[in-house]
Design a binder for this molecule. Structure first.
Ligand code: HPA
Length: 271
């Protein structure tokens, strides 16, 4: 397939997704929240919730990773019209940049202005125990896919200072501790070696994960304001003796879910 044919087909796929979402009134939302592994419970706080299964959306890529439900939940969170994306696709599953970012680009096309990206991540700081919530102040893109898709990307850092300050204010309001730090995104799918974690620490990373930066860059390039929250579900490799595993990631995400939900519910009207 020529690059032009591939570009056309991505444009068609995006247009199809936008139309399917518009038909389900997703365009009326002010805020989109992408929920990471184990963080899907925020849907329980949504009033007048309507569920759109990804199987209804032909152009929506679907994840096979446990902990990612594959549903959109549309409704009101603390009075704000929201769409929650329960389940995202990852580059390590074999999806490309366009597939990994299609949903957020569709949200932007529908006129949704604000985006909060959430994820589970490993903590590079000994003092930040499993369950710590960290606002993403900036990132290290070590996945290398965004730059390949330069036309869709934008230069600089996508993390919006005003939205970040609103998250900080929300955290104070509900008395939830919220750290701030740099999220390093690697391709995965395996967790890092202790040597890689030491390298990331010298690079300035506070947390490590396998998602989020492509969506952040794409959404920002499409005109959205972007904020992010990592739930630090484990110490990264070599920070302590324990070795990260996916079950622990999902389980610690669940344990942190009350604080995570309190934070996002308080944030929704402040963003
Ligand atoms: N490394 C990479 N990704 C992760 C981790 C980790 O330790 N924990 C949760 N997602």
């Amino acid at each position: 397939m020529s690059p032009r044919a591939a570009a056309t087909s991505e444009a068609d796929q995006l247009a199809a997704l936008v139309e399917d979402l518009r038909a389900r009134e997703v365009g009326a939302c002010e805020l989109a929240i992408v929920l990471g592994s184990g963080l899907g419970v925020l849907a329980e706080r949504v009033e007048d919730a309507r569920v759109v299964d990804y199987t209804e959306l032909a152009a929506m890529p679907r994840s096979s990773v446990p902990g990612h439900a594959g549903k959109l939940v549309v409704g009101r969170l603390a009075g704000v019209r929201v769409v929650l994306q329960q389940g995202r696709v990852h580059l390590y599953e074999g999806f490309g940049y366009h597939e990994a970012t299609r949903a957020v680009r569709a949200f932007a096309s529908l006129g949704i202005i604000k985006l909060v990206l959430t994820n589970a991540a490993g903590s590079l700081r000994l003092a930040w125990n499993p369950g710590t919530l960290m606002r993403i102040e900036d990132h290290l893109d070590l996945q290398g896919k965004v730059r390949l898709a330069r036309k869709q990307a934008a230069n600089g850092s996508p993390w919006d200072k005003r939205l970040g300050a609103a998250l900080d204010a929300a955290a104070r309001h509900v008395d939830v501790a919220l750290e701030r730090g740099v999220y390093a995104a690697l391709l995965g799918p395996s967790y890092e070696t202790p040597a890689e974690i030491r390298m990331l620490r010298t690079f300035g990373a506070d947390a490590v994960g396998m998602s989020t930066v492509a969506e952040a860059q794409a959404a920002w390039a499409a005109g959205m304001r972007v904020a992010g929250v990592s739930c630090l579900t484990n110490h990264a490799a070599g920070v302590t003796d324990s070795v990260p595993n996916h079950e622990e990631v999902v389980e610690e995400g669940r344990k942190a879910s009350k604080r995570f939900c309190d934070l996002l519910e308080a944030a929704a009207p402040r963003l």
